[in-house]
Ligand binder design. Structure first.
Ligand SMILES: NC(=O)c1ccc[n+]([C@@H]2O[C@H](COP(=O)([O-])OP(=O)(O)OC[C@H]3O[C@@H](n4cnc5c(N)ncnc54)[C@H](O)[C@@H]3O)[C@@H](O)[C@H]2O)c1
Length: 447
């Protein structure tokens, strides 16, 4: 039994390993008291939100943190001190994390750094026997996708992509509906990342600065829009869909085609903020404002993924799940369903009764507890799954194969756009094992 509890939350957890696959245990052995020791690489905005959730648990110790930004370290150290813990900080240069990974008292690390560091850090963590929990996206190139898979296969140390949206309450209820056959046989999905990031990509005195001297993600994220044209952030949308579609577990992504509109939004924003004489107003942005990708699967489904981060618009992940019996469109603002024989007439039905009826058992169990953990509660679940997988020494629910297949959408979409929408084949990262692997995501009653 686990000793997991927080504040007034004292529910015990079930026996270890239900529904999960054991792997060769070459990682640091858990202690009898089942306390897990987790280090943090990157304690910026996202790293500290993970840290906050982790520090609320009584089954995790945080012995070490790493960041190159002294301000981020100071903020994180205050949180750690407030939680009555003590962590050593690694701050000396961009490779200080390697020193931290040499410690023998870490079971896992949570990596919340800029994208270009993710694979390098996750691979280093696995090689040093530490579970790698890596923020999204996990990889930038097809080579990096293979690095994640091959390092996992070689070391048998798991890598979990920390895709929190897979645990969103409505997403998990729809997953239950899928599993119970409410939509019939599935054919089509839509999803994406439609988020006005202009205020994230630019800040500083003029409101139009990025790179060194700016703060937060503007320091590193914006450069990708200058140099790359593709779906730069696919996993919030495609992660949940991949789990519904059994990707890598009975099904796989086969190919994609991508197209992009022209790039106008960022230039328009800079001119409005800082005037047309601002040096950044002269830049030629490569990222098309709306990138549309269509993925085909081995089972004959299609998935339309939209990336839309440069224009004024409300936040949306734009989910649609459609099968032979009906479909749902759902988002933070609108959730609707049409099921043949149940929904009256030709109109949509409000999804609320369905989402309540099919509320996932994990949400029934931990929903109250999760509230306030960030992003409507889903941040609790993703960190919880990481911690519980380490405790039980089992593979996490979203693994290196998922990290590779979901992240591969970015480089493949770039190649497709660069070649006039030419179809690009997905590598089969499972090397054929997708045919026999089983989808056990969130099927045990713990994580
Ligand atoms: N899942 C989600 O909901 C969600 C939300 C926000 C961000 N993210 C992801 O989390 C990651 C981090 O984003 P963020 O918003 O925290 O960015 P951020 O810029 O606020 O933080 C990144 C941190 O990494 C540090 N860093 C950079 N290079 C480093 C190195 N070599 N070694 C150690 N530290 C280094 C920076 O100093 C900074 O403190 C990104 O991949 C982002 O896409 C995910």
């Amino acid at each position: 039994m686990s000793n997991f509890k927080r504040r007034d939350f004292i529910k015990t957890t079930a026996a270890a390993g239900v529904g999960a696959t054991l792997f060769a245990p070459n990682i640091v052995k858990g202690k009898d008291d089942r306390k897990v020791r987790i280090g943090f690489i990157g304690v910026g905005g996202r790293g500290r939100s993970h840290l906050r959730n982790i520090l609320l648990r009584d089954d995790v110790i945080v012995p070490a943190i790493c960041d190159i930004d002294p301000e981020a370290i100071t903020k994180a150290q205050k949180m750690i001190k407030d939680a009555k813990q003590k962590a050593e900080a690694y701050t000396e240069g961009e490779f200080a994390y390697e020193k931290m990974l040499d410690r023998d008292d870490l079971d896992g690390v949570i990596i919340s750094t800029p994208w270009l560091w993710h694979t390098r850090m996750a691979v280093a963590a696995m090689r040093k026997g530490k579970y790698a929990g890596v923020e999204v996206s996990a990889a930038n190139t097809i080579e990096e996708c293979w690095d994640l898979v091959e390092t996992y296969e070689e070391t048998k140390v798991p890598c979990m992509i920390l895709e929190n949206v897979c645990y969103r309450q409505d997403v998990m209820a729809v997953l239950q509906m899928v599993r119970e056959g409410v939509f019939g046989e599935l054919l089509h999905y839509r999803c994406g990342y439609l988020h006005d990031l202009r205020g994230v990509k630019f800040n500083g005195e003029s409101g139009a600065e990025f790179g060194p001297g700016s703060h937060g993600e503007a320091r590193w994220r914006t450069a990708h829009s200058l140099h790359r044209n593709g779906d730069l952030y696919p996993t919030h949308g495609v992660g949940p869909v991949a789990l519904m579609a059994d990707i890598n577990k009975g099904n796989r992504f086969v190919s994609l085609t991508s197209t992009a509109t022209k790039a106008r939004g960022l230039n328009d924003y800079i001119v409005k903020k800082a005037g047309e004489d601002h040096p950044n107003a002269k830049l030629k942005w490569k990222l098309g404002d709306v990138v549309t990708t269509t993925v085909t699967t081995a089972r004959g489904e299609t998935i339309i993924i939209t990336h839309d981060t440069n224009l004024p618009r409300p936040y949306s992940l734009g989910f649609r799940v459609q099968g032979t019996n009906g479909l749902t469109d759902f988002d933070y603002h609108t959730r609707r369903v049409f099921i043949e024989g149940t929904s009256k007439g030709h109109g949509w039905e409000e999804a609320k009764p369905y989402l309540e009826k099919y509320d996932h058992p994990l949400w029934k169990k931990y929903g109250e507890y999760a509230k306030g953990s960030g992003h409507g509660g889903m941040d609790f679940f993703v960190a919880h799954a990481f911690v519980e997988s380490i405790k039980r020494k089992v593979n996490p629910p979203m693994d290196a194969y998922d990290a590779a297949a979901w992240s591969a959408i970015t480089p493949l979409s770039e190649m497709s756009i660069a070649n006039n929408g030419e179809p690009q084949s997905f590598p089969d990262f499972t090397r054929g094992r997708w045919m026999t692997r089983k989808n056990d995501f969130a099927l045990n009653d713990e994580f």
